[in-house]
Design a binder for this molecule. Structure first.
Ligand code: SAM
Length: 249
């Protein structure tokens, strides 16, 4: 199946559009989780790494980290940051190696629209973890997708030489962000592009069930970048999971 990449053009303005403070917050939150668990990963895979904004923080701190993403356009930018990357679909991947820690942040897993595909993704992650390895990820909550995102108005931004218009629409458990980009060309005229982002909401009980089926133990759940438990109105869920077992080779 050919998948249309919703980041093909957006990739070029992603780093200017998304403030680096967000990824600094992800980085320090994950580091605090690792410290709490006294876990020192020897290598890390940033799944759905995008342009490598988060991975760059880990690289700068001396960690061995690699990235994986569907979007060749996002990866082109990640490579320029010195990140070693793999291109593929996280629903089912095989890199022939294992990691101590796999991270996946900024709603990336909400892009998986079928529960059976999310299960396959968790299975792939599990296969790529070392014994006792950790999987830390976040997701937009069902509350955010069903109650918060529908209040967002359509949005206009000027980023670098590109005009962005976000057209938001919603169905139950689904956010659709249609992005119209007008990009300035060399002759000063604007060229128009259209990309469509779709995120799905899952029930937290469904996520827990899938993780257990993929042989993960859920060590902790947090919400909204705080060490608080998940509540009904939490917007961003964080899961900290451990690969359950398997005999040491
Ligand atoms: C919101 S961006 C987040 C990127 C990055 N994690 C960050 O924090 O900046 C979502 C990313 O998920 C990637 N993605 C979506 N579906 C994917 C899939 N099936 N396999 C791999 N990557 C995927 C997109 O290409 C995009 O880079």
């Amino acid at each position: 199946m050919v998948i249309k990449d919703p980041y093909e053009k957006f990739a070029q303005v992603f780093d200017s559009f998304v403030p680096s403070e967000l990824h600094r917050e992800y980085y320090s939150f994950i580091i605090r989780i690792l410290k709490k668990l006294k876990f020192k990963p020897r290598n890390i895979l940033d799944l759905a790494c995008g342009t490598g904004k988060l991975a760059r923080f880990f690289l700068d701190a001396g960690y061995e980290v690699e990235g994986f993403d569907l979007s060749e356009s996002m990866l082109t930018i990640a490579r320029k940051k010195g990140l070693r990357v793999y291109q593929g679909n996280m629903i089912n991947f095989e890199l022939g190696k294992r990691y101590d820690l796999i991270i996946c942040v900024f709603d990336s897993l909400n892009y998986i629209l079928k529960q059976s595909d999310l299960q396959k993704c968790f299975n792939s992650v599990e296969r790529h973890l070392n014994w006792n390895g950790l999987f830390i990820f976040d997701m937009n909550s069902d509350f955010k997708i069903n109650e918060v995102l529908p209040t967002y108005k359509n949005d206009y931004h000027m980023v670098d030489d590109t005009e962005l218009i976000w057209l938001n629409s919603h169905r139950r458990n689904t956010w659709v962000g249609e992005l119209v980009l007008f990009q300035k060309t060399e002759n000063g005229k604007y060229q128009r592009f259209y990309e469509k982002h779709v995120e799905r909401a899952y029930k937290i009980t469904a996520i827990e069930k899938l993780l257990k089926r993929s042989k993960f133990e859920i060590l902790r759940t947090y919400s909204d970048f705080k060490f608080n438990e998940i509540k009904k109105d939490s917007k961003r869920w964080f899961f900290v999971c451990k690969k359950l077992g398997e005999a040491k080779p």
